[in-house]
Design a protein around this ligand. Structure first.
Ligand SMILES: [Zn+2]
Ligand SMILES: [Zn+2]
Ligand SMILES: [Zn+2]
Ligand SMILES: [Zn+2]
Ligand SMILES: [Zn+2]
Ligand SMILES: [Zn+2]
Length: 446
């Protein structure tokens, strides 16, 4: 037993001040990104099916995981309940207090339809993920394996359960940062086989195991538009065949090829997509996606390149094809996680500026003496921390004695400052009320 305790102490995580501040900031940023700038004060139900929002499942109220609630409801209506955090979900409307919740009603927005027919629920709502159906974090796993989210079904998959021969097939750079923008799981790949009609620029290039291959080879494969996922059976149309068979249908000569296609695609993307606008666009595929869309030889993990959604054709035929498959969100810029996080970052910036503004406004409401006291207090604190940090360096672990030392020094300085302050005020012959305030402060400091 004693051994167990010793081990626990040894494993106790310690942080340097820099690490601690970085960790704190990263956690705060991550939370803000998931919440998408939602303050978590009002139920989002009146906003309808939101393009994307943070969703939670309450297993205390709905143990079978067939309901989801918004951030505010998770905090106000389900405080202390067993909650599953689902990150963000698209096209979801808050269920809190509806017919799935029995006697429990919503404290923030009690009047709701009995069900939200357009919500979809997967096994994540029960707290299980991936093809293996394990919880995250998995209490029985020796090591937590990183998970990747599918941008179609929004389920999460362990990187060793993607159906790959090796996790090295996941496109990553030398620093292990993903080279892909989005991932489509094996099951959803069947619904996205039309992507094989696109040139190789939609695919993230897997990491070259041996980087000695001449770069010309890579270029060549891009030019032939061969997808790394193309099936060997050749029931796949690669873009070179589109080019030769349907040249006249192309907007520009060579437009399906890499760079040129991007340009064409940029021109073709309407700011606000509408069917009217779509009708006026020519198909950049040059083939009818309905006829030529094929069945993949097998299910496969798909890794999409950065900006791949911008390459998708927005013509009427393709638009209707996406709608028919229920994946038309792919051509809605606001659907992507990147866009959601960009918006969240902007809101966070605004919030931080507002907080700074509020602090300054508060200081400006104070009289001169208190203003000086607060400003000098902040200044002292900053100086004390600075000299402390300089004395210990950034890599040493901070102990509780260190922290006590900083505050003891600070207290001593405050006392000295109060004496000096009183003397200055007396010498300058300011009003008696100012003097009284300063004496009060001095006694408080003692
Ligand atoms: Zn709600
Ligand atoms: Zn609950
Ligand atoms: Zn609620
Ligand atoms: Zn798994
Ligand atoms: Zn999927
Ligand atoms: Zn099209």
């Amino acid at each position: 037993m004693a051994d167990a305790f010793d081990d626990e102490n040894e494993n106790e995580q310690t942080y340097t001040m820099n690490e601690y501040m970085e960790k704190l900031e990263a956690e705060e940023l991550e939370a803000d990104l998931v919440l998408g700038g939602d303050e978590g004060k009002e139920c989002t139900y009146p906003n309808g099916y939101m393009k994307r929002q943070a969703i939670f499942s309450c297993l205390t109220c709905v143990p079978n995981g067939s309901a989801g609630v918004c951030t505010a409801c998770s905090l106000v209506c389900h405080d202390g309940h067993e909650m599953v955090e689902l990150w963000t979900k698209r096209k979801f409307r808050c269920d809190c207090g509806n017919s799935k919740f029995g006697e429990v009603s919503c404290k923030l927005c009690p009047i709701k339809d009995s069900e939200n027919a357009d919500n979809s629920y997967n096994h994540n709502f029960k707290g299980s993920y991936c093809t293996c159906g394990r919880p995250y974090p998995d209490p029985e796993a020796e090591e937590q394996v990183e998970m990747i989210q599918c941008c179609i079904c929004e389920d999460w998959f362990h990187e060793n359960h993607l159906g790959l021969d090796s996790v090295n097939e996941i496109p990553r750079d030398e620093e292990d940062e993903p080279l892909y923008d989005e991932y489509i799981c094996q099951e959803c790949s069947l619904n996205c086989s039309f992507l094989d009609l696109y040139p190789a620029s939609v695919w993230a290039t897997p990491k070259q195991k041996n980087d000695t291959a001449p770069s010309g080879k890579e270029e060549n494969s891009l030019k032939t538009g061969k997808s790394p996922y193309a099936c060997p059976e050749q029931n796949v149309i690669n873009s070179s065949s589109i080019h030769s068979e349907h040249e006249t249908a192309l907007i520009e000569k060579d437009s399906v090829h890499g760079e040129n296609m991007e340009k064409t695609s940029d021109l073709a993307i309407p700011e606000e997509h509408s069917l009217d606008r779509a009708s006026s666009l020519k198909c950049i595929l040059g083939v009818d996606v309905n006829i030529k869309s094929h069945v993949l030889g097998k299910k496969m993990s798909m890794f999409l390149s950065k900006g791949w959604r911008d390459l998708l054709c927005r013509c009427r035929t393709c638009y209707e094809f996406y709608s028919g498959k229920g994946i038309d969100y792919l051509i809605d810029k606001e659907d992507s996680l990147q866009e959601y996080e960009k918006m969240a970052k902007e809101k966070r910036e605004e919030k931080l500026q507002q907080q700074e503004g509020d602090a300054m406004k508060f200081i400006n409401t104070l009289d001169h003496v208190r203003k000086i006291e607060i400003m000098s207090g902040i200044n002292d604190m900053a100086n004390e921390l600075k000299s402390f940090m300089e004395s210990v360096g950034t890599s040493r672990t901070i102990t509780s004695d260190d922290v006590r030392g900083v505050f003891e020094n600070l207290a001593k300085k405050r006392q000295r400052f109060q004496y000096a302050h009183v003397v200055v005020i007396c010498l300058s012959g300011t009003t008696s009320s100012l003097q009284r305030r300063s004496y009060n402060c001095m006694f408080w400091a003692l």
